[in-house]
Design a protein around this ligand. Structure first.
Ligand SMILES: [Zn+2]
Length: 246
């Protein structure tokens, strides 16, 4: 029997979680990074021989046993500032990303965060513009509900109908789902899988860890190079491997 290859890294893909990219004086939910900070973080990755890509690209590469130089970049909620704040930085740094949008709130705002400043969400046109630039579009549900508290009908709408609406908007069904608030239970994970999503992003999935409950790391405005390095190292030490990925 061949000895295990000790150089092979554990199959724990690193997926960074962002939300809004812009300048925001007041940010009680820590959901905003400035474009300048984002650019520093992505350039830091590049200097380490890593590159930010969409989750679909990351998982496809890892399923082939490749892509150990890839890091998933995700932007939740589909803020309008993605086009002006994030996209130019992604372009300049040679990165791509996944944008998780809410087809039930097109052109609306983040009404689910009552204490934070209002932030506009992308319209259908804005989402198509991001997709045209090579950004992967995934579903964040219809309206940003905690799926663990949703009744059966609502759970179905948030998972199945959001997928159908995005297919209508983009011409293809999205592969990815992202749990609002990162809250999950077995029922929510099953509903997402049954709706046909290929993968789903959580935050700290615990025992539900898997391709339909991928862990992610919050990356914020305070994350300079040393902090980013620590988060990167800790993630690899603390997270469980995801089955099916190498
Ligand atoms: Zn969200």
């Amino acid at each position: 029997m061949a000895a295990p290859d000790r150089r092979a890294p554990a199959a724990v893909p690193w997926v960074a979680m962002y939300h809004s990219v812009g300048h925001c004086a007041e940010d009680p939910y820590r959901v905003t990074v400035t474009p300048e900070r984002l650019e520093k973080q992505l350039r830091w990755l590049r200097r380490r021989g890593l590159r930010g890509v969409s989750v679909a690209e990351l998982l496809a590469a890892r399923a082939r046993g490749e892509g150990h130089d890839l890091v998933g970049l995700t932007f939740d909620d589909g803020y309008a500032d993605f086009l002006t704040g994030a996209l130019p930085v992604l372009r300049r740094t040679g990165c791509t990303a996944t944008l998780f949008v809410l087809p039930g709130r097109l052109g609306g705002d983040n009404a689910w965060d009552p204490l934070g400043p209002r932030k506009s969400l992308l319209t259908a046109d804005g989402i198509r513009r991001a997709a045209d630039e090579g950004v992967e579009i995934g579903s964040h549900g219809l309206t940003h509900l905690d799926l663990t508290t949703a009744d059966d009908l609502t759970l179905k709408a948030e998972t199945v109908e959001s997928r159908t609406r995005l297919a209508g908007l983009l011409g293809a069904e999205p592969d990815g789902f992202c749990y609002p608030y990162g809250t999950i239970d077995r029922r929510a994970v099953d509903a997402v899988r049954e709706a046909g999503y290929v993968y789903a992003c959580a935050i700290d999935p615990g025992p539900l860890n898997g391709v339909h409950a991928l862990p992610r790391v919050h990356v914020g405005e305070k994350d300079n190079s040393p902090r980013l390095y620590l988060k990167y190292r800790l993630h690899r030490l603390r997270r469980r491997p995801v089955e099916g990925l190498r």
